[in-house]
Design a protein around this ligand. Structure first.
Ligand code: PGA
Length: 236
């Protein structure tokens, strides 16, 4: 899954899409472009979703993009709780739970991002933080709602393109996430890893049995990188 964040002008985005549409293995790609460009996606045969949705559902929310609007472009997914939303926009789990409910109500699948900061990692709080980020959402969801959620484990300190987590760390933490969701909620959940993933390391990460996919930022901005990554993971 590729998170383009606030990158690319409309013209650049169209060029990017035209290049992507020639690639093989597009069925395993999901693109998260700026909401501004979601309607362009209907001209292409690529899965897509939004990077966020509004916590408001009414039309009187200037500047916001509602889940209903996202769904009307035929998007299948939305990301909720990306660390940049949590940090730059002070989004907490109370607000994220509201957004998740709104998204699910519009039949959008949710990629829910969790991850510890560098400071939390240094204080050895990673497991505690992740458990809290999960419990504050999952304790309030119904069985059917949980089925529509994918978790993206994105350690905040690893985001930005240059500093991925270790294979061992990703394996341990993804196993932990799957285990607590199975133990507490009796669900077999899909877990993605995100944080400086690129074509150079994805083959190694792909050996981790408890990782079901990736949320890629910086490396997804170049079509050659996307092509290489798709090829590597489709040969699993
Ligand atoms: P990155 O971003 O691949 O540039 O680290 C990942 C993300 O923020 O989802």
């Amino acid at each position: 899954m590729c998170n383009l964040k606030s990158n690319k002008t409309l013209e650049e985005f169209k060029t990017y899409l035209n290049e992507l549409s020639n690639l093989d293995n597009l069925d395993i790609l999901t693109l998260f472009p700026s909401s501004l460009y979601l309607s362009v996606m209907s001209d292409y045969n690529i899965n897509f979703g939004s990077q966020d949705i509004s916590v408001y559902t009414d039309g009187s929310s200037t500047g916001e993009v509602t889940a209903k609007q996202v769904k009307s472009t035929n998007a299948q997914y939305t990301i909720i709780g990306h660390s940049e939303r949590r940090n730059k926009f002070s989004e907490d789990e109370l607000l994220l739970l509201k957004k998740i409910r709104i998204a699910l109500n519009e039949k959008l699948k949710v990629v829910y991002c969790i991850g510890e900061t560098k400071e939390e990692k240094l204080r050895k709080k990673t497991y505690q933080v992740l458990e809290k980020q999960i419990a504050k959402i999952f304790n309030s969801l119904s069985d059917e709602e949980m089925d529509q959620i994918i978790i993206a484990y994105e350690p905040v300190w690893a985001i930005g393109g240059g500093n991925p987590a270790s294979k061992k760390g990703i394996a341990e933490i993804s196993e932990f996430i799957k285990k607590i969701i199975l133990d507490y909620y009796d669900k077999d959940i899909k877990v993605l890893y995100g944080g400086s993933v690129n074509s150079g390391i994805i083959a190694d990460f792909d050996k981790i049995k408890t990782i079901d996919g990736y949320l890629v930022g910086s490396a997804s901005l170049k079509t050659e990188e996307v092509a290489k990554m798709l090829q590597i993971i489709s040969n699993k």
